[in-house]
Each structure stands twice: as structure tokens, then as C-alpha cells.
Design a protein around this ligand. Structure first.
Ligand code: PMP
Length: 395
């Protein structure tokens, strides 16, 4: 007898339940803002990736509505058949100009961008060396290639060098790193990584999902932050779904990259182009961040304030350098309990345990945004102080 679908589903779910990994996402009853309603409760939201507060911003919504009206609800086809609208091309040019790169291409999500670019660029005989904490979409993207894969210790240029030395090849060599690491909030030591990569003739590939709109002048990203934007041996990919407030992924960094992806990247060839409203909102996001520096100023003011106050209370924030602010609780159950207690106090912040983060490093990951007011953050800090004392995390 073959396995029935019901048997498969219930066995898998039971396994997840037993290991405490079954996810029940909370549901937002209103737009994703710094203060919102979650599961019927008014909360301060520290769980989003909405760094600049663009997800529900009126300027983005107005341009989305204008593009919706003029260009329709859907793109109507994949990019390579009949789905490339003038607004797609214009937005890619706008993005390339913003990034100071020869070209930029836009895909449906950051996830598919990593799959599309890594899956297309790398071939048998190539070498890819990837940071051990890189995002799941990089790991999945690398599964699509026949390149030799090696993993270096997190943010460790010496270990990267060892692997490049031990695995020499005449093929393409690619060093892959997140720009900002999504769980710890640390910034990749890009200057040192690129220096090592160049010594071995390797290209560096930066997934800047959490650095775009956060680091560099006007949020141009981690590569800009390190002054390497013009380099054709540093590729930048990232999402349009976090700081930019909407959805999508981009790749930029070499003038010919877009042309090759257009011909080969499977999400480009076989999945429908972004809808016009999305393109409109994204175009407005890039205009807004450049015309109004106060978004980034507020993001960083809030980040500094929240981190220093948490440290003053005695919490361990793992030396995070960005708006991603982990608060360590140790075991997973403690982090989940802290998250439940914070929620009861009107603070929405998600607990993360193994396997998302290492054992013993379970945490709540807080993300500060430009939209939070000082009152929002003070309310969160007061709740953290009470919950941290009640659970014995701080004294
Ligand atoms: N890369 C990194 C480092 C991410 O954190 C994420 C988002 N979870 C992605 C890629 C995927 O981006 P998207 O949500 O746009 O698919």
C-alpha cells in the first residue's frame, strides 16, 4: 500500500509538534505599521522588516494606485514573452542609477533572485564559498548548481582564504555572503572578504536583503557602505520586500548580468512579472528615500536608543550593529515564553529557537523601524524590563 496523503501530512505535523517546531503565525488585523492590531490586540510591532515604515506609506500607495489605474492589475505574462511593461524597464533603470551599477534586474522576490542568479551563474567546475550563516534562499540557490560548494566560518576571512587556497579551480570562483545577517544583525566584514576574494581571483556576491534601505548613503546598501559600489567583481542582490516596503528582489553589479539572467534565469523565464502597483510603489520608495533623509535618520536614532537602553537593562543583544536587535534568552522555551509575556503587555516580538538559531542562543528578534516613536520604544523597554526580571534573564 502506498503512503496515503493523510498519513503523510499527519506524521509530518506530529513530528513538528513533538519537536516544538510547529508554527502558528500570528495574524495582523490591520496594516503592517509600528503600531498595529495583532490577533485582536493593539500592539507595538517589533516583528516586521518594515525598516523605513514604507509598507503602508501614503506616497507609495498613491503611486501604486496610479500605476494600477494606468497599467492594470497584472503584468499579463512572464518578462520574456509579453510581460515586460515600460514601467518594469524604467524601474530597473532607476534602481541601477540608485545603486550606481551598470544594470539591475528585478525578480518576483528576494528568494527567487538568489535561486535565479546562483542557479544561472554557477556551473560544474566552478567554486562557491558561502558563509555558514547565509540565508536559506542562498542555500537553496546553491542546491541548483553543480559547482563545488564550501562553507566558511561565519564572517571569517581567514577561513575563507583557507578554502579558496585548498580548492583552486580554473572555473568561476564566487564568495557568497549576506550583507547584514538576519538573525544576529551583524554586518559582514566586506572589505576584508573582498580583499581575500580578489587575491584568489574570486567574485563576491552580497545578499543585501537587510542592508538595503538601512546602510550606505540613502540606503544604497552594504556594498556602498564599504565604498565598493562601482566594482564589477562585487555583485549585489537583495529584496524589495523589507526596507522598500513592497515585494520583489533585485540583482545588480555587472552591466551584462541582466542580459544573461533574462536569457537563462528560470524565475525570469517561467514566472510572471511583477504587477504594476508593486512597480509603482517601489519606484516611489526609491524617490522618497532620496528626497527625504529623515527616514534613515529616524531609523538609526531609534536603533541606537533601543539598543543602548536594552544593554543598560542588562540584556545581551549579541553586539548587533543594525536595526535587527536580538535579545538572548538561552533556551527556546524561555524565548517563546518571553514573547508570549511581551505580547500580553502589548509588544509584538517573535521568539526564535533551534534550528533557526543555534541551541542555547534562542532569542527574540526585534526590528526597530523609522516609524516607531520614542513612546513606542519606551513602552517596549518597560515591558522588556518586567518580563526579563520575571524570567530571571536580567536582575
Ligand atoms: N535573503 C535574505 C538574507 C533574507 O533575509 C530574505 C528574507 N527572509 C530573503 C533573502 C528573501 O527575500 P524575500 O522575502 O524578498 O523573498
Amino acid at each position: 500500500m502506498p503512503t496515503s496523503l493523510s498519513a503523510r501530512l499527519s506524521a509530518e505535523l506530529a513530528g513538528l509538534r513533538e519537536s516544538g517546531l510547529l508554527i502558528h503565525p500570528r495574524v495582523l488585523d490591520a496594516a503592517n505599521r509600528a503600531r498595529t492590531r495583532v490577533d485582536g490586540r493593539e500592539v507595538v510591532n517589533l516583528a516586521s522588516n518594515n525598516y523605513l515604515g514604507f509598507a503602508d506609506h501614503p506616497v507609495l500607495k498613491a503611486k501604486a494606485a496610479a500605476y494600477l489605474e494606468e497599467w492594470g492589475a497584472g503584468a499579463g505574462a512572464v518578462r520574456t514573452i509579453a510581460g515586460t511593461l515600460r514601467i518594469h524597464e524604467d524601474f530597473e533603470e532607476q534602481l541601477a542609477e540608485f545603486k550606481h551599477t551598470g544594470s539591475a534586474l528585478v525578480l518576483q522576490s528576494g528568494f527567487t533572485t538568489n535561486q535565479g542568479v546562483l542557479g544561472t551563474l554557477l556551473k560544474e567546475g566552478d567554486l562557491v564559498v558561502s558563509d555558514e550563516l547565509n540565508h536559506a534562499s542562498i542555500i537553496d540557490g546553491l542546491r541548483l548548481t553543480k559547482a563545488t560548494k564550501k562553507v566558511y566560518r561565519h564572517a571569517d576571512p581567514d577561513d575563507l582564504e583557507r578554502l579558496l587556497r585548498e580548492n583552486d579551480t580554473d572555473g568561476l570562483k564566487l564568495v557568497v555572503t549576506d550583507g547584514v545577517f538576519s538573525m544576529d544583525g551583524d554586518v559582514a566584514p566586506l572589505d576584508r572578504l573582498v580583499e581575500v576574494a580578489r587575491r584568489y581571483g574570486a567574485v563576491t556576491y552580497v545578499d543585501d536583503a537587510h542592508g538595503s534601505g538601512v546602510l550606505g548613503e540613502a540606503g544604497r546598501g552594504t556594498v556602498h557602505h564599504f565604498g565598493m559600489a562601482e566594482a564589477e567583481d562585487v555583485l549585489q542582490v537583495g529584496t524589495l520586500s523589507k526596507a522598500w516596503g513592497v515585494v520583489g528582489g533585485y540583482a545588480a553589479g555587472h552591466a551584462d548580468l541582466k542580459q544573461l539572467m533574462l536569457n537563462r534565469a528560470r524565475p525570469y523565464l517561467f514566472s510572471t512579472a511583477q504587477p504594476p502597483a508593486v512597480v509603482g510603489a517601489l519606484s516611489a520608495a526609491l524617490e522618497l528615500v532620496q528626497s527625504d533623509p529623515s527616514f534613515m535618520e529616524r531609523l538609526w536614532d531609534n536603533t541606537r536608543f533601543f539598543k543602548s537602553e536594552l544593554a543598560r537593562l542588562g540584556f545581551d543583544t549579541m553586539g548587533s550593529e543594525t536595526p535587527i536587535t536580538p535579545v538572548i534568552f538561552g533556551e527556546a522555551e524561555a524565548a517563546f515564553e518571553a514573547s508570549r509575556r511581551l505580547f500580553a503587555e502589548g509588544i509584538f516580538a517573535v521568539g526564535l529557537g533551534f534550528p533557526t538559531v543555534p541551541r542555547g542562543k534562542a532569542r527574540i528578534r526585534n526590528i526597530v523601524t523609522a516609524e516607531h516613536t520614542r513612546d513606542d520604544l519606551e513602552q517596549a523597554l518597560a515591558a522588556y524590563a518586567r518580563v526579563g526580571r520575571a524570567l530571571g534573564t536580567i536582575s
